[in-house]
Design a protein around this ligand. Structure first.
Ligand code: ATP
Ligand code: ZN
Length: 284
């Protein structure tokens, strides 16, 4: 069998979705049929769809799994399982108001016209805060609605905020932080689950690798203990004697988040010739 994976046909999530598969060592046979493609070296088949439709297709089992933004998963409120956060496609669903206005809290929205492509999530927010407002659902270019007098407020996806800014708007309140996630059909055969587990294992290795760097450095032997204590390593750092007496080469793995701090401490402890190398895959 093949696991059927739905990804966005074109748009912001397409490239990252394809790249992730590639980094997982999955080669896609990009045939003439642009709706479907098969992997040549992994039991997976791709369906290229609009992101809005992916939750629906995974719910009804046309696709087994999908890569899609959480914003679409929660807006469409389909019955699917969110299995894994993929770490790309990060954005926020936010209310935006005219630059000159002051957001005073949820009450600001009372009686306002709100333009959005996310009526379900906006209504949930309004209900939660007990606010009555008018929702205008529009499918694209939501940010121009206030400029043409269609709405007072918009609720839309934001990453940098520059689109809002260009339209005389500013971000006022985040209602959802979103990223691409792997979703799964509710019912899975053991065979399908085994393929998904293999895929998740690969995705996890790629993600872990991105979060870490491989570090090689030269250390004077008299400071070796101090330098080793600064390095976490997978188990413990590798230490190899250099041809120059009194020196060793130390190899280890450092988390990206701690990287600069550790490098500074290593230098202070006498480390030299520090090389930092990206890791492609990391299997623990
Ligand atoms: P489709 O034709 O597939 O319906 P679309 O126009 O709805 O495409 P895109 O603009 O390509 O969708 O966005 C796809 C997803 O990318 C969004 O649903 C969201 O999860 C994510 N995303 C990340 N950053 C942003 C952003 N700044 N604006 C919009 N979407 C973003
Ligand atoms: Zn869409």
């Amino acid at each position: 069998m093949r696991l059927r994976l739905a990804i966005q046909k074109s748009g912001r999530l397409n490239e990252d979705s394809m790249r992730l598969l590639k980094e997982c060592g999955i080669d896609i046979n990009n045939g003439v049929n642009k709706l479907k493609a098969e992997a040549t070296n992994f039991p997976i088949e791709l369906f290229f769809l609009r992101d809005d439709d992916i939750p629906q297709y995974v719910e009804n089992g046309v696709a087994d799994i999908g890569f899609v933004g959480e914003n679409e998963v929660y807006e469409k409120a389909k019955s699917v399982d969110v299995v894994y956060a993929l770490g790309f496609g990060k954005c926020r669903l936010s209310f935006a108001i005219r630059k000159g206005d002051t957001f005073t809290g949820p009450e600001f929205l009372t009686g306002k016209k709100i333009a959005t492509s996310y009526p379900v999530l906006v209504q949930q927010y309004l209900n939660k805060h007990n606010i009555k407002a008018e929702i205008h659902e529009i499918s694209g270019s939501v940010e121009i609605a206030p400029g043409i007098g269609l709405a007072d407020v918009v609720c839309d996806l934001v990453s940098s905020g520059s689109t809002l800014f260009m339209n005389g708007l500013k971000e006022a309140e985040v209602i959802l932080n979103s990223q691409a996630v792997l979703i799964k059909h509710k019912k899975f055969s053991p065979e399908a689950q085994a393929i998904l587990d293999r895929l998740l294992f690969r995705i996890e290795s790629v993600k872990k690798a991105k979060k870490n760097k491989y570090v090689l450095l030269n250390a004077p032997n008299e400071h070796l203990d101090k330098i080793i204590s600064l390095l976490p390593g997978m188990r413990s750092p590798t230490v190899v004697a250099l041809a120059t007496p009194g020196w060793s080469s130390v190899h280890s793995v450092i988390a990206e988040s701690d990287f600069w701090e550790i490098i500074e401490q290593l230098k202070a402890a006498g480390a030299e010739g520090i090389l930092v190398v990206p890791i492609e895959k990391m299997i623990l």
